[in-house]
Design a binder for this molecule. Structure first.
Ligand SMILES: NC(=O)c1ccc[n+]([C@@H]2O[C@H](COP(=O)([O-])OP(=O)(O)OC[C@H]3O[C@@H](n4cnc5c(N)ncnc54)[C@H](O)[C@@H]3O)[C@@H](O)[C@H]2O)c1
Ligand SMILES: O=C(O)CC[C@@H](O)C(=O)O
Length: 313
């Protein structure tokens, strides 16, 4: 077997893969002009979010049986083309959901209790107690757009903090509306946007969700509300968000993901009320060990002809 890994993977995953055969691992391979040549005799291709797994690329690899995604979002993989070619796509269902949920808390607290800003202010010689008097998140409303693995974990944690949680997810099958068990009141997108103090996005990027949050929808949010995007850059129209935060139509935003990563000349970076991080919501040691092990094991199952729990249908 030949397994090609084009982006960062943890050693725990590599150990499993090495038992299967030859592993070609270079975390810069995703941008190599030679990628097609390198995977031409590969049985498995393992990627994160930067490798563009196109129909043309997979077409260069007649032995390819499985594409492993070290994460959840599949927007960089042509899943339909893989299916057509009989190539399985497996992903790290669940593996980084807790980490992303915790990131969202960190973002909410950055707005409600900005410790780092206050600390910097003190270190500059100030003692601005009034300036840093803010608000509790207790009793506030968290609005979820997408109530899947991450949304559900965020909801149960928000309940523990005494928040009201409302959610919009038209694709949630009725039996999974046991979401109500974790205290999410399911409602329309309009209600989530109009009522939430913090709105957190947890949808995949696809034709239906691209620009889901645009000028018209931002205008329906509370002036005091914050939006947190750990989903994908394209889910919020960045030009519209810039205008909305600049004109104080909403209070601010925390963005872990951007349309272009890393950003070049992105105006959002100029605004004080926008927090930007380099796509790290799922990047914790725990999540990455789980992700690497899970994807390596699920690829192994496909290569060994066993059923994988994480195949994208
Ligand atoms: N920033 C990061 O590090 C990071 C980490 C993990 C996941 N993500 C992103 O977060 C997304 C969600 O992850 P997840 O594990 O919760 O996925 P998931 O598949 O468990 O949940 C996604 C939910 O979105 C819902 N949905 C789909 N289209 C929708 C729409 N148009 N409107 C409302 N709801 C819709 C689905 O029904 C599903 O319940 C991923 O697709 C990925 O892009 C980012
Ligand atoms: O590949 C990554 O590191 C990002 C992971 C994250 O965006 C995901 O979709 O799981």
């Amino acid at each position: 077997m030949k397994i090609v890994v084009t982006e960062l993977i943890w050693e725990e995953g590599l150990e499993i893969l090495r038992e299967l055969g030859e592993v070609v691992y270079d975390q810069t391979l995703w941008k190599s002009d030679n990628l097609a040549e390198i995977i031409k005799d590969a049985d498995a291709l393992i990627v994160r979010n930067q490798t563009k797994v196109t129909k043309a690329l997979m077409g260069q690899a007649p032995n390819l049986k499985v594409v492993g995604r070290l994460g959840v979002g599949l927007d960089n993989i042509d899943v339909a083309a893989a299916k057509e070619a009989g190539i399985k796509v497996v992903f790290a269902r669940n593996a980084n959901a807790i980490s992303v949920a915790e990131y969202v808390f960190s973002a909410m607290f950055s707005f409600s209790r900005p410790l780092e800003k206050a600390s910097q202010d003190v270190k500059q010689g100030n003692w601005n107690r009034k300036l840093f008097t803010r608000e509790e998140i207790y009793g506030k409303t968290l609005g979820l757009v997408g109530v899947g693995e991450i949304g559900a974990r965020l909801a149960s944690r928000a309940k523990a903090f005494g928040m009201k949680v409302i959610g919009y997810d038209p694709f949630l099958p009725p039996y999974e509306l046991a979401c109500t068990d974790i205290g999410v009141s399911m409602t329309s997108l309009e209600t989530v946007l109009a009522e939430a103090d913090y709105i957190s996005l947890h949808v995949p990027l696809n034709d239906k969700t691209r620009n889901l949050i645009n000028k018209e929808r931002l205008a329906t949010m509370k002036k005091t509300s914050y939006i947190i995007n750990t989903a994908r850059g394209g889910v919020i129209n960045e030009e519209d968000l810039y205008e909305a935060v600049k004109a104080q139509i909403i209070a601010g935003a925390a963005l872990d993901v951007l349309e272009k990563e890393p950003p070049t000349g992105n105006k959002l970076l100029e605004l004080d009320n926008i927090i930007v991080t380099p796509h790290i919501a799922g990047l914790t040691e725990e999540a990455q060990v789980r992700t690497s092990e899970l994807v390596a094991r699920e690829c192994a199952k496909v290569l060994c002809g066993q059923g994988s729990m994480c195949i994208v249908r």
